[in-house]
Design a protein around this ligand. Structure first.
Ligand code: AMP
Length: 445
């Protein structure tokens, strides 16, 4: 069994780990440590829950020497404000016995305070892409000292439309640096970014993509519509006493608010809601109250819940199934059954979701166990405005083409909606990736 001592960590780090109560490195920590220590570029394919944050923080802190230099030496870019706070907390815990100046910056907070903090000097900067660009534009932040760059949850950042900001950041960083990237999935977009900016990265892959954690019991109910789902949810909350920490995923902020309204009468004290329309204090407070157990359930959209380290979630409920990407299901259910615990994932599946259910099951090589709807749950005939069939006016000769709602929780800005068939550079890069794969395939034959 590998211990933290085998990783040749320093006393201050070992003491901090012992204070936190961690006994041995997780597999990703064990695998990533020597690669990152070697100074090579690295790409870690790992989901949250695997200990991936410490897998990069441990070697980074192991190599960080004391300095009074003002410009930061380590830059960590993450997709959401909550993640900034989470990573900063982890750094503070691990560097308890070291002198490390760390700062987290994100949008919608006072930039002037952050400018002053940057000016005062720091070693590690944790940031969301937008605020990072704002700080560099104001010339307060100098990238000249950056030796190590970590891009965490890169697939999510690209999903959120941060491609151009990320590319801008990568372009202005000093040429000589170590690049580390962590992603739950490796798709073409992510590979393109690696191809364009990384130097011969080492891949640290933990579990084959699409494999759900074995410790999660997966169940599903067939439900026809929103109001039946709400009835079922209410029933479960009322009758299942072991549903003590429930993370409820919905497809958009409107539905999140609607469910809250539906349950408010009986459960207002027990439920928190988090989505991108909530103010930052509300978002932090919702996570805190859920994490500390004040709230029994947190209603969340994917965008916000991604990457949050929520402890001891007993149940993940997919009130709405993911609509586009079957991998989203795997990310969601991975929020329960973490560490040594068993978790339960429950999906509310409509007829329209059945093709997605099949895709998910094919990806996991595992079936979701379908349960009978409890008899006490009323099957509602009522439909929400969005569920009602669209009436066509027969008097109109030509019916304008309807834009099918995509169910995206995060509408893209118009400029990002364009279908990008790719510029010359993108095409050339894709071709290079394809050529490389073909070469590898033929040399393996
Ligand atoms: P992450 O994948 O980075 O979001 O980490 C998931 C959870 O595992 C966090 O609560 C960490 O604090 C915890 N964790 C990280 N490393 C270890 C370890 N070596 N032993 C036990 N728990 C860990």
């Amino acid at each position: 069994m590998t211990t933290f001592k085998d990783l040749n960590l320093t006393k201050p780090l070992l003491n901090a780990l012992s204070d936190i109560g961690f006994e041995k490195p997780t597999p990703i920590q064990e695998k990533a440590f020597p690669v990152i220590m070697s100074g090579r570029d690295a790409v870690g394919i790992a989901q949250t829950g695997t200990g991936k944050t410490f897998s990069y923080l441990l070697p980074i802190l192991r190599q960080l020497t004391y300095s009074e230099q003002r410009a930061p030496r380590v830059l960590i870019v993450v997709p959401t404000r909550e993640l900034v706070v989470q990573v900063v907390n982890e750094i503070e815990k691990l560097s308890k016995y070291m002198r490390v100046r760390c700062l987290g910056v994100y949008g919608a907070s006072n930039i002037n305070v952050q400018k002053q903090q940057v000016y005062d000097g720091l070693d590690i900067l944790v940031a969301t892409p937008g605020r990072l660009i704002d700080l560099t534009l104001s010339r307060t932040l100098q990238f000249t000292g950056i030796q190590k760059l970590v891009i965490d949850e890169v697939d999510e950042m690209l999903n959120l439309g941060f491609r151009s900001q990320l590319t801008k950041i990568l372009d202005i960083l000093p040429e000589k640096r170590q690049n580390l990237m962590f992603s739950a999935t490796l798709n073409e977009d992510v590979e393109l970014m690696i191809e364009n900016h990384f130097k011969k990265p080492e891949y640290i892959e933990l579990i084959s993509r699409g494999t759900p954690l074995e410790k999660i019991i997966q169940q599903g109910y067939s439900v026809p519509n929103f109001y039946t789902k709400a009835n079922l949810l209410e029933f479960l909350l009322q009758h299942e006493k072991d549903f003590t920490k429930v993370l409820l995923f919905v497809k958009n902020k409107k539905i999140a608010d609607e469910i809250y309204k539906e349950l408010e009468a009986g459960f207002a004290e027990d439920i928190g809601v988090i989505h991108s329309n909530k103010s930052q204090p509300q978002r932090f407070s919702a996570v805190k109250q859920f994490d500390e157990g004040t709230h029994r359930m947190l209603i969340a959209t994917d965008v916000i819940a991604r990457g949050l380290d929520l402890k001891d979630v007993t149940h993940v409920i997919n009130f709405d199934m993911p609509v586009k990407d079957p991998n989203a299901y795997i990310h969601r259910i991975g929020r329960t059954g973490r560490a040594d615990k068993t978790g339960i994932a429950i999906s509310f599946i409509t007829k329209a979701n059945q093709p997605m259910q099949k895709e998910i099951e094919a990806l996991m090589h595992k079936k979701i166990q379908m349960l009978d709807l409890p008899e006490a749950v009323e099957v509602s005939e009522n439909l929400t405005q969005d569920e009602k069939p669209v009436k066509r006016d027969k008097s109109l000769k030509k019916i304008p083409k309807l834009v099918t709602p995509t169910g995206a929780f995060h509408e893209k800005k118009d400029k990002n909606k364009k279908v990008n068939i790719g510029g010359k550079r993108r095409q050339a890069s894709l071709q290079r990736i394809a050529d490389k794969r073909n070469r590898e395939k033929s040399s393996n034959k």
